[in-house]
Design a protein around this ligand. Structure first.
Ligand code: CMP
Length: 143
């Protein structure tokens, strides 16, 4: 079964959007298999955003993601990687469709509320970076 990594960023937490965001993935029908609330270390943030290391916004991005607690999650389900990206919306909230998380709640690319893995390889890398294997719960809803 496919898994993806999602993180509600410090702006999403500070704006009280945690429940609303989790609700969207639950009601869609995906299964939560990992959940933790933490203030990421600089080391974790730099490893997570390693692909952006040469970008001009890298330092600010790491600064921001380490500035407060985030909700790190692993969700499971058929097609969950691509579907979660649709539910989240375009990277720049100004381009995100209404009805998506970023389209409904954001206006700033540097404060875009939530991160979602963009492909199977990234999902695998991000899940193992943020979670140990024994922190993930192997279960299926009985419905
Ligand atoms: P995310 O999905 O977490 O992946 C990389 C992040 O970099 C992205 O969301 C944005 O928050 C951030 N980002 C991308 N482009 C820019 C930019 N031009 N300026 C500031 N932040 C950016």
């Amino acid at each position: 079964m496919e898994r993806t990594f999602l993180a509600i960023k410090p702006d999403g937490v500070q704006r009280g959007l945690v429940g609303e965001i989790i609700r969207r993935f639950e009601t869609k029908g995906f299964t939560l298999v990992g959940l933790k609330f933490l203030k990421p270390s600089r080391e974790l943030a730099e490893a997570h955003y390693d692909v952006h290391r040469e970008r001009p916004f890298f330092a600010g991005l790491v600064e921001f993601i380490t500035s407060g607690p985030v909700v790190a999650m692993v969700w499971e389900g058929d097609g969950v990687i691509a579907s979660a990206r649709k539910i989240i919306g375009a990277t720049n909230p100004l381009n995100a469709e209404p009805g998506t998380i970023r389209g409904d709640f954001g206006v700033n690319i540097g404060r875009n509320i939530i991160h979602g893995s963009d492909a199977p390889e990234t999902a695998q890398k991000e899940v193992s970076l943020w979670f140990k294997e024994d922190e993930l719960v192997d279960w299926q809803p009985d419905i």
